[in-house]
Design a protein around this ligand. Structure first.
Ligand code: URP
Ligand code: ZN
Ligand code: ZN
Length: 466
């Protein structure tokens, strides 16, 4: 299939140009004046921005969390992603049975995604225990599967202690892979959780109060120290929610430490007062780290603009409010953690970031597409509009006004945290490898068309400091 997109404004992390874009065999073949080329399809992009498709490197599709299963699987979740302008995800594997191998998780996840995903995808490996066998196995997962990032958690059932985290970082750094880390000091969390539960303080606000900002900041600082000791092993701090933690990352970046940071829309647009929503509405926002005091938000925007926070991921992990979330009705600690957001990341960031002039168009492309592609070994196949890259594109109409409502979103869950948000600008078309898969809010691709991506190793070349 040969296609031509005419009259649009092409935006990358480096430049903004008027021009045509010609693609065939799913690849971008020419940018500029494409007069006279043979095409099967011409798309008129007058008045639209053409951007590299979004890359969301923090999703939890199909996640089994205790007795609960996240409501989006690899079909519904990737349809929602595509309708929101995302053309590639790197999903976090869930924990498996105690003691299971890395390959066990990889096989389970291939089973979840294959024949279902509608956009291209990869997985982050998950490390739930550390021993010689696991450290050894990392090499074959990286080489054979092209999985070049692994997630560790400092809280939850399979939290790693410092020695285990250090061993993981060192080994992955030596093998050319990155350690992604959920940073919260588990001792602090458990101290406060016990305190509030003992005092019968169980409503959703106590979820936030039991996970203080310091718990995140302390863990971030400690992991940066470990990465330095591990020979400057690359680390990627997921879902940074506080200015305190971002400041520590900024200081480390000034010293050229090999650390990168991600935040998520919920920490930019929502704050901990949401936990006080009437009728237990606060349960919708139970996620970890929790929503924070509003005063963090402007500071996080500054840390994005100055390049401390490299990536916006979603941490999409949906559970129905009128379903599983109700498990926390009488006790916040029983509520499954996570919230939806895979479809609203790009619309929110474009409207509230670009249109409100908090970030430039090019920085917007950087944080939603180019940087995550670079950091996760997907660049330049993904994350850019350049000859030879996959023709993964999103077109945004800056004039289109949309009021977000869960009933028109494709996320398979009964609420959005952004109900009623009025947005200026919205994705109107998404292409994946040259195929139009979403148009005017409707998904028109087919189930299972997404391909698993073997990723490159992530050695020194991917460091991003401003
Ligand atoms: O609450 C959240 N974020 N749930 C998903 C798992 C995680 O911590 O990323
Ligand atoms: Zn996490
Ligand atoms: Zn997560």
């Amino acid at each position: 299939m040969k296609g031509l997109i005419k009259n649009g404004t092409i935006v990358t992390s480096e430049r903004v140009v008027q021009g045509d874009l010609y693609m065939s065999e799913g690849i971008i073949q020419m940018i500029g004046n494409c007069e006279g080329l043979v095409t099967d399809e011409v798309i008129d992009a007058s008045g639209l921005y053409i951007l590299p498709g979004g890359v969301d490197v923090h999703t939890h599709l199909n996640l089994h969390q205790g007795n609960y299963v996240a409501t989006d699987d690899f079909y519904t979740g990737t349809v929602a992603a595509a309708c929101g302008g995302t053309t590639c995800i790197v999903d976090h594997m869930e924990f498996g049975p105690a003691g299971c191998s890395l390959k066990n998780r990889v096989d389970v996840y291939h089973g979840y995604a294959y024949g279902k995903a509608v956009i291209d995808y990869s997985f982050h490996g998950v490390i739930q225990h550390v021993d010689e066998a696991i450290l050894d196995e990392m090499a074959s997962i990286i080489e054979n599967e092209g999985i070049t990032s692994f997630k560790i958690y400092l809280t939850y059932d399979y939290k790693l202690d410092d020695e285990a985290a250090l061993r993981v970082m060192k080994r992955l750094g030596d093998l050319g892979a990155v350690t992604a880390i959920h940073c919260e000091n588990d001792g602090i969390l458990s101290f406060f959780k016990k305190h509030y539960l003992e005092h019968n303080q169980k409503s959703p606000i106590f979820h936030a109060l039991s996970r203080p900002e310091e718990a995140e900041a302390e863990a971030v600082g400690r992991m940066i120290t470990l990465s330095e000791i591990a020979g400057d092993a690359p680390i990627y701090i997921v879902h940074v929610s506080t200015a305190k933690a971002a400041k520590i990352i900024a200081e480390a970046k000034q010293k050229k430490r090999n650390v990168h940071g991600e935040t998520c829309p919920q920490y930019l647009f929502l704050d901990q007062e949401c936990y006080r929503e009437p009728d237990n509405g606060g349960l919708k926002y139970i996620m970890s780290p929790p929503l924070r005091r509003k005063s963090n938000q402007n500071l996080l925007w500054n840390y994005i603009s100055e390049g401390t926070l490299d990536v916006i991921g979603t941490d999409h992990c949906p559970f129905n409010f009128h379903g599983d979330k109700q498990a926390g009705r009488d006790d916040f600690s029983k509520c499954p953690n996570g919230a939806p957001g895979i479809e609203t990341r790009i619309p929110l960031l474009f409207s509230e970031g670009v249109m409100k002039k908090r970030i430039s168009l090019q920085d917007f492309v950087k944080i939603i597409s180019t940087n995550p592609a670079k950091l996760m070994g997907l660049y330049p196949k993904k994350g850019d509009i350049t000859v030879g890259a996959d023709a993964d594109l999103v077109m945004i109409d800056p004039k289109k006004k949309v009021t977000l409502r869960s009933d028109f979103l494709h996320e398979h869950v009964d609420y959005t945290c952004y109900e009623g948000f009025e947005l200026q600008g919205y994705p109107v078309m998404t292409l994946s490898r040259g195929e139009v898969i979403c148009k005017d809010g409707a998904f028109i691709g087919h189930e299972g068309r997404g391909q698993f991506l073997k990723r490159k190793k992530v050695n020194d070349g991917v460091r991003i400091w401003n």
